[in-house]
Design a protein around this ligand. Structure first.
Ligand SMILES: [Zn+2]
Length: 288
């Protein structure tokens, strides 16, 4: 019996490899305080804890179709020198868990980063004998053009810290492909532009045998935003565009009955969007 969450979408298999889970996310989502979350009754028990704090997760998703093996978002990573106390020199069993789930890093053919923030690019690289080397040496790392272009002009200390260890070594190894924001990865998988959190942010759309799923990325950090699409993140590049993106995303995927797999959603991590008056809610399987 596997302890890894997974979902079957037609012929596509999606498996979650979790790096960490936490309670409390007001540092990224200022409105997500217990007094705001408790009235949203469907958030309990999965997405808020006993005192009403937001529960969230950092995880990678491995998407398999045929002989393709794709990793979506690569978490924070081990050993990184980061000016964020709880992520600095992180040590987790992520890579051991990845292997335990039956994956080998050499078999991964594609890495998709929904955007280039610190908690989505970490395991792009790993520290070997004091050097940052690509974790997935045989993969192409796909980044949307708008995202790539945006970060070229950012040179603050935080960006430099993240890029020097988690992005630049991949570029030097020649493994980055800059692609269109709606690029097709293979017949079943394509990028869906969801800008706002970052300029080139993408969600990942999966369609197979009439079934449909989408991996959110960080345009939605927590399911509470379905009830309050106007709640944005302190880290949003364009706050207003983020709101527009969320509203359109919820309406589109509610209508399509898409399985929504949240990049930071706590266990059970996936559900379907339903209308809830003027806004929306996430409905998870009854046995979750
Ligand atoms: Zn994130």
């Amino acid at each position: 019996m596997s302890d890894f969450l997974s979902w079957q979408v037609g012929e596509v298999q999606v498996t979650r490899i979790q790096e960490s889970q936490e309670s409390g996310m007001t540092w990224v989502l200022g409105d997500a305080v217990p007094e705001n979350l408790k009235p949203i009754c469907w958030l309990a028990p999965h997405f808020i804890d006993e005192v009403g704090e937001a529960k969230w997760s950092i995880h990678a998703l491995v998407v398999e179709i045929g002989d393709r093996k794709i990793v979506v978002d690569t978490c924070v990573g081990n050993d990184k020198n980061l000016p964020v106390k709880f992520w600095n020199h992180l040590q987790t069993s992520f890579m051991e868990d990845f292997e335990r789930a039956g994956f080998h890093r050499e078999e991964i053919d594609t890495v998709l980063c929904t955007h280039l923030h610190v908690d989505h690019v970490g395991w792009n690289t790993m520290l070997v004998d004091g050097e940052w080397v690509p974790t997935f040496p045989n993969a192409r790392y796909l980044v949307a053009r708008e995202e790539w272009d945006h970060w070229q002009s950012e040179d603050d200390d935080f960006t430099k810290a993240v890029f020097s260890e988690s992005v630049d070594p991949i570029e030097r190894a020649g493994l980055i492909d800059v692609v269109e924001q709606d690029a097709t990865v293979c017949e079943e998988i394509r990028l869906e532009p969801t800008p706002g959190h970052t300029p080139g942010h993408v969600s990942i759309l999966i369609e197979s045998k009439g079934e449909k799923a989408v991996i959110t990325g960080d345009q939605t950090h927590h399911p509470c935003q379905l009830a309050h699409p106007e709640w944005g993140s302190a880290a949003d590049f364009d706050f207003g565009q983020g709101i527009e993106t969320r509203r359109a995303f919820y309406a589109r995927h509610e209508a399509a009955r898409t399985l929504v797999i949240g990049t930071h959603f706590a266990t059970p991590t996936a559900g379907r969007i339903e209308r809830d008056g003027e806004v929306w809610k996430l409905v998870v399987p009854a046995d979750a």
